[in-house]
Ligand binder design. Structure first.
Ligand code: SF4
Length: 251
């Protein structure tokens, strides 16, 4: 049986048919939504954030056909970006995923607590992953996110609280970037989610970054990430490092 075509104006700008790393324990697909209200200098989704129109739109009909043909094989869909909560049609998109008989995971930068609250209240997400870009200090967050909204920290804190009290499986995560974070900063972030079960440190990838100077920066070594993990583990029981193997720029 085929489900009705989604009625919303979201344009999907990327699709990974099968992934076993974007949602732990699940065989999932990932869809990418365009645009973001942040300008993290180390972001490697430059086109998706700055000029999504250059990317081809993935037709919904194609996706419906894909999921229909793999019914029973794909467990769920990861919705990422960009920033999914930026889109007024996010609720319709998640309903569409549910209508296809699939579970839904949503990534967010945590700057839209009201949207987050709605999708949780409507029981449209099975897993939430939220980035915490820096220790929760306005100046530090401004540098890490490139967003200068006065109330940004309040909104990020509000999202952290909403997620922690939601009862929905979740993870908080930080892309650890030299010049932006020290291992002690990672500990400070972990302290703000003390008692939570899961904190993920993502390896920084110096490729196609929004601020091209960050393409010249070598990522942290395994040893540095291990030290940051150990510091974070003082506050959160399960701390993992995730991401592509480290690529070091040639001297
Ligand atoms: S890394 Fe930053 S700029 Fe890039 S998509 Fe995520 S929140 Fe937006």
């Amino acid at each position: 049986m085929k489900v009705a075509m989604m009625e919303c104006d979201i344009r999907i700008k990327g699709f990974v048919p099968t992934t076993m790393v974007d949602w732990e324990g699940m065989i999932a697909s990932t869809i990418f939504l365009p645009g973001c209200n942040f300008r993290c200098p180390f972001c490697h989704n430059r086109d998706l954030v700055l000029c999504p129109d250059v990317l081809e739109t993935v037709p919904l009909g194609y996706l419906e056909e894909f999921f229909f043909e793999r019914k029973g094989w794909i467990d769920g869909v990861c919705v990422t970006g960009g920033e999914p909560c930026l889109h007024s049609g996010i609720v319709s998109l998640l309903e569409w995923i549910r209508g296809l008989g699939l579970k839904a995971k949503m990534d967010t930068n945590g700057s839209f607590p009201d949207v987050l609250k709605s999708v949780i209240e409507c029981e449209l997400v099975d897993f939430i992953a939220m980035d915490i870009k820096a220790p929760l200090d306005a100046a530090r967050y401004r540098v890490a996110s490139g967003n200068r909204d006065d109330d940004l920290i309040l909104r990020v804190k509000s999202s952290i609280g909403i997620i922690r009290s939601s009862g929905i499986p979740h993870e908080f995560r930080t892309t650890v970037v030299p010049l932006i974070h020290s291992p002690e900063d990672v500990e400070a972030i972990a302290e703000t989610i003390a008692g939570d079960e899961d904190y993920v440190l993502q390896r920084f990838s110096p490729n196609h970054t929004i601020d091209q100077r960050f393409s010249q920066i070598d990522p942290y070594s395994e040893e540095d990430l291990k030290r940051a993990s150990e510091l974070a583990r003082k506050h959160v029981s399960r701390v993992r490092v995730r991401g592509a193997p480290i690529q070091v720029n040639p001297p």
